[in-house]
Design a protein around this ligand. Structure first.
Ligand code: C2E
Ligand code: MG
Ligand code: MG
Length: 538
């Protein structure tokens, strides 16, 4: 039998037992009345009152109704005895009954309020996790199809950390309001975690399109005012969808599935909702496995860095190196950063990774830059880090600890950080520049932000992404775009480097377009530390 049904049956049995006890007490009252032991009535009344309280707590709505009804009947019976016997000594008992009925009603209201609070998210007024489970179990008992749409606000933590909880709370309420407005009477909204909402939709056929429309609505600009200051922000959000009864038949599994679908959407940075599919569960299993490897690697030092050379286009003079992280398990298996970095970025492991790489690279390159002051070393830093107010103190601390000259350090950021928290990002880039650290914009052309944003960033170097370079020899549009990026970079007073250059034809076209630097297999693959040191010092 289903869980909700089982519980209902249990409370019905308990209520029936209590009703029987109450009736026995009532019969006992009548017997004592007949035998003239009215003095026992007060005690029996107190017992009956206690039984009614138990009824209310055991089976809220039905218990309240039955308990109050029984008390009213007892009261009327007592009144009848008073009228028939004309014995006014029983009158206080009638008033007692009235008092009991009123207190039972007040207590039942309080129970009801507490029950509502138990299933409500106090911040937004939506259902909480417990409420959602209750709702789902009820629906599953009715066996009517429905869908769950889960939406997660990916950059909420950054906004909350940077602007404070006042803004964070208001933001959550605003998102909740948008979702509720969109849902209307098509379903129910729940907030089940920090920035995770689940909509239980009555009509499972519209779930996917509904989820996509919901994403569009949440992504619209949000303006939040707190303490007379208004911030405008754009939320990055993802959605997952699962269907009942197709995907699972318990509330627990449905919520697990919708989380898996959401996880897939986050992993793919999908602009539209991902609908649950069995294969996604395997992906999640692998992610958890890799997450374990990352934690082990940080603890037991399985990470190491390699360095890919960057050269000046004209004359092939060495500019410096980009550090690239590697993860080798004790059995020799390599896990690529393409796999472990996005997984680390989902949690907060990326902050520890960035910290590790910065320290390691500065330590390893200190003796190199002491001998060759012209060599730059670039470190990739996650958008989560560059958009965080703790980033600059971290960099300062590591520069101090290692004694590394800031002017030989370059931080690579991606366009993604501009969507996360633009204000802190710009402040942090400015602070880096003040320290003397250079800043490069990585993976340019993979397309998150407008050129308008980019032109406002105080960066030194633009790195054209490999995906654009791959096409320049056979696609005129890519070639023109690369040309445009190079010209734009120069207008912004930036240098431009082409990344992932693999053949001499690409090299030739980039040279014609005025690209300043080259990084790619054509001139050098990532190297171990000793090999990189040899190149830097010879
Ligand atoms: P990225 O920063 O854009 O790094 C460039 C990637 O392109 C590197 O892959 C590099 O090995 C590869 N590459 C460079 N030239 C060529 C080429 O000519 N042909 C081909 N096929 N590939 C080329 P890798 O090392 O696998 O890194 C992938 C991504 O992982 C990096 O992209 C970066 O986003 C991330 N990553 C790597 N190391 C770190 C790190 O220390 N910290 C952080 N936060 N991210 C890192
Ligand atoms: Mg890079
Ligand atoms: Mg890149």
């Amino acid at each position: 039998m289903k869980r909700e049904m089982k519980q209902k049956t249990k409370s019905t049995i308990l209520l029936t037992i209590l009703v029987v006890i109450y009736l026995c007490l009532e019969i006992l009252t009548a017997v004592f009345d007949m035998k003239g032991y009215q003095s026992f009535n007060g005690v029996l009344m107190a017992f009956k009152y206690g039984v009614c309280l138990l009824m209310i707590s055991s089976s809220q709505r039905r218990g309240t109704l039955v308990g109050i009804l029984l008390m009213i009947i007892s009261g009327l019976l007592l009144l009848r005895v008073v009228i028939m016997t004309q014995y006014l000594g029983l009158l206080p008992g009638v008033f007692n009954m009235i008092f009991y009925i009123i207190t039972l009603y007040v207590i039942s209201l309080d129970f009801k309020k507490k029950e509502k609070e138990n299933v409500t998210d106090m911040l937004t007024g939506d259902l909480n996790r417990r409420g959602l489970y209750k709702l789902l179990r009820g629906k599953i008992d009715n066996e009517s199809p429905f869908a769950l749409v889960c939406v997660n606000l990916d950059n909420f933590k950054a906004i909350n950390d940077n602007y404070g909880h006042g803004y964070g709370d208001k933001l959550l309420c605003e998102v909740s309001r948008r979702i509720e407005k969109k849902v209307g009477n098509l379903g129910t909204v729940a907030r089940i975690g920090g920035a995770e909402y689940i909509v239980c939709l009555e009509d499972e056929k519209i779930a996917e399109s509904f989820a996509n429309e919901l994403l569009d609505i949440i992504k619209e600009k949000v303006s939040i005012t707190d303490n007379d200051m208004t911030i405008d922000c754009y939320l990055i959000c993802y959605a997952g969808v699962t269907l009942y009864p197709k995907d699972a038949d318990t509330a627990e599994n449905l919520i697990k599935n919708v989380d898996i679908a959401l996880n897939e959407a986050v992993g793919r940075k999908a602009k539209t909702a991902c609908v649950f599919d069995e294969k996604m569960a395997d992906v999640l299993k692998r992610q958890l496995e890799v997450e374990r490897y990352i934690k082990d690697a940080l603890e037991k030092d399985y990470f190491f860095t390699v360095y890919q050379p960057q050269y000046e286009m004209e004359g092939k003079k060495l500019r410096g190196f980009e550090s690239l992280l590697r993860l080798r398990l004790p059995d020799g298996t390599m896990i690529s950063p393409g796999e472990f970095i996005p997984i680390a970025e989902k949690g907060n492991l990326i902050l520890q990774i960035d910290d590790y790489v910065l320290k390691r690279v500065m330590k390893e390159f200190k003796p190199i830059v002491e001998q060759n002051k012209d060599v730059m070393v670039s470190v990739n830093v996650s958008a989560k880090n560059i958009g965080n107010s703790t980033f600059i103190p971290t960099i300062k601390r590591i520069l101090e600890e290692t004694g590394f000259p800031p002017t030989n350090l370059e931080i690579e950021i991606t366009e993604y950080c501009m969507v996360t928290s633009i204000d802190t990002t710009v402040d942090n880039i400015n602070a880096l520049r003040t320290l003397g650290v250079e800043v490069a914009l990585d993976d340019f052309g993979t397309g998150y932000t407008s050129l308008n944003y980019v032109s406002k960033l105080p960066i030194n170097l633009i790195k054209i992404d490999k995906s654009l370079i791959d096409d320049i020899t056979n696609n005129d549009n890519s070639r023109e775009f690369a040309h445009l990026v190079i010209s734009m970079g120069h207008i912004m007073d930036c240098h431009v480097i082409a990344e992932g250059v693999e053949d001499t034809k690409q090299l030739q076209l980039l040279r014609e377009d005025g690209c300043d630097y080259v990084q790619g297999y054509v001139w050098g693959k990532p190297l171990g530390y000793e090999a990189a040191k040899d190149i830097a010092l010879n």
